[in-house]
Design a protein around this ligand. Structure first.
Ligand code: ARG
Length: 459
């Protein structure tokens, strides 16, 4: 049991208490960030004359050595230490002796852990953003290739109006683009450095907090030391943004599961991204999409958990906050894993364009256009709605589509109909006449795709 604080105690910590309290099993995940923060802290201490240049060099070299040895596997992080901070400090003292004991001058584990967590979250925001960009590139490619691929658009999971695959996928492009913007906003808001806040009330050393902040790539130091050590808003914001990403992935997964079903047959998931059944030889299951949908609950759980943990904590640091780590790490690994797998799955998926188009032709997806035809010939929309409703009923009775109904029968219900009705309600017209910005019409869709391309080049 290696602890940093034995002096005031006369008894050993109970073993169970030690284990319950220790965080090394999980906070070892940010050993890199811990070392990075310590190096900046020491550089600042030397600049301020609190440490000598020689001490700084010794400590820096020692820290670099620890980092290299951990990375190479030569030095193992073990549960003998209470947390990653103790591990690094104890190893430093082992390596360089007394100078190592000065590392923690003007610092508390409270501002140290606040810093480590921020550095870790910031790094992971950047990683997640890269993955989201890969996903957007995959979606953009599908959009470019499918501006003329007709499919039914749904409301209430009932066929509504025809759209294109580019248009449908474009909706997800927007969602994941907003997700990136959300991460960007969080990164900007959280980018202040807590180091120098001490345990809660700052320190009496003449620290240059702006310098440390700058060394670590922060925009500025934090403005209130009590808030610095007890702020986990950025964790909550991250988990909220992550929950939204998972919600988007989950909705898309649900669609892919439907599209991949025997009833739809809109897509064929690649063999490499499907699994079989141990008993039913014919099966090819969309497990990846299902798992992504399933793991959404786990990320929502992390958000609920941290919100609940934080709600009753008085200022400033309390040990409850140690609970932020496992759930955040798990959510980060889950979200990154899901985005990467999902990207692989959608970019290898085959679209059965003929099935999509055939499906769009069934289900009266052109009924609105038939009503619009009447409106264009002077019939008030509400009357047109009623007329086409009666036509649909007639077709249902005959088991045919609006395209198949003879003109004479159209005319029996409304004399306004002429031969050009068939052209007006063709799939091509239905889609291609929808040319307002954001609609599936190919011309306007091409414009959106060009805008997406520009966005992806810049961001
Ligand atoms: N492992 C602790 C955490 O994650 C580090 C801070 C410890 N501070 C303290 N006052 N016990 O929050």
């Amino acid at each position: 049991m290696a602890q940093l604080w034995g002096g005031r105690f006369t008894k050993e910590t109970d073993k169970l208490v030690y284990n319950f309290n220790a965080s090394i099993s999980f906070d070892q995940k940010f050993y890199k960030q811990d070392i990075r923060g310590s190096k900046a802290h020491v550089a600042m201490l030397a600049k301020q004359g609190i440490l000598t240049e020689e001490e700084k060099d010794q400590i820096t070299e020692g820290l670099d050595g620890i980092l290299a040895d951990v990375e190479s596997g030569k030095l193992e992080i073990t549960s003998e230490y209470e947390d990653i901070h103790s591990f690094v400090e104890a190893n430093l003292i082992d390596r360089i002796g007394d100078a190592g004991k000065k590392l923690h001058t003007g610092r508390s584990r409270n501002d140290q852990v606040a810093l480590d967590m921020k550095l870790y979250v910031r790094d992971e925001i950047d990683e997640t953003d890269k993955e989201l960009k890969e996903l957007l590139l995959a979606l953009q490619k599908i959009m470019e290739e499918n501006v003329h691929t007709y499919m039914p658009g749904f409301t209430h999971l009932q066929k509504a109006q025809p759209v294109t695959l580019a248009h449908h996928v474009g909706a997800y492009f927007e969602m994941f683009r907003r997700d990136r913007e959300r991460l960007f906003d969080i990164r900007k808001r959280m980018n202040t450095c807590p180091l120098g806040a001490g345990a809660l009330a700052g320190t009496t050393y003449p620290l240059d907090r702006a310098y440390t902040a700058e060394l670590l790539g922060f925009d500025a130091p934090t403005r209130n030391s009590m808030d610095s050590v007890s702020d986990r808003d950025y964790v909550i914001e991250l988990l909220s943004a992550f929950s939204t990403i998972m919600m988007h992935l989950s909705r898309f997964s649900e669609e892919i599961i439907l599209w991949n079903s025997n009833e739809y047959r809109f897509v064929e998931i690649d063999d490499a991204y499907s699994t079989g059944s141990s008993i039913m030889p014919q099966k090819k299951n969309p497990d990846i999409a299902e798992l992504v949908r399933g793991k959404t609950g786990r990320v929502y759980g992390a958000l609920t958990s941290i919100l609940t943990t934080m709600k009753g904590i008085p200022l400033a640091y309390n040990k409850d906050m140690q609970e932020d780590k496992e759930l955040t790490f798990d959510a980060i690994d889950t979200v990154k894993g899901c985005i990467a797998l999902f990207t692989g799955m959608v970019s290898t998926m085959q679209f059965n364009k003929a099935n999509m188009e055939a499906s769009a032709k069934r289900g009266f997806t052109n009924a609105t256009d038939a009503a619009d035809y009447l409106v264009n010939h002077g019939v008030p929309f509400r009357d047109a709605h009623g007329i086409v409703g009666r036509l649909v009923l007639l077709c249902l009775d005959k088991g045919i589509s609006l395209d198949e109904l003879p003109l004479s029968e159209y005319k029996e219900i409304s004399p306004v109909f002429e031969e050009d009705i068939y052209e007006a309600i063709s799939m091509k017209t239905c889609v291609e006449k929808r040319v307002t910005l954001g609609a599936p019409g190919p011309d306007v869709m091409e414009q959106v795709i060009a805008q997406n391309k520009e966005y992806l080049e810049k961001n």
